[in-house]
Design a protein around this ligand. Structure first.
Ligand code: SF4
Ligand code: SF4
Length: 60
């Protein structure tokens, strides 16, 4: 599975980056990228995001 980001909601606060135990999330002032190959589906980033920009990728 993994995590997807709604870039229209993300305010680049960095909370998800700080909380991810696997360093999946890369962020700078204008871009956020998630490396789902490293994601362990702990969902910590989703819980931390203050604007609800992150969501689980459901299995097809
Ligand atoms: S679910 Fe966990 S491992 Fe995956 S990106 Fe979020 S914080 Fe990182
Ligand atoms: S916690 Fe949410 S708003 Fe903050 S950088 Fe991550 S996705 Fe964007």
């Amino acid at each position: 599975m993994g995590v997807k980001v709604n870039r229209e909601k993300c305010c680049y606060c960095g909370a998800c980056v700080a909380v991810c135990p696997k360093n999946c999330i890369g962020l700078d002032e204008v871009r956020i990228e998630i490396d789902n190959s490293k994601c362990i589906d702990c969902l910590a980033c989703i819980r931390m995001c203050p604007v609800g920009a992150l969501g689980k990728i459901e299995k097809k």
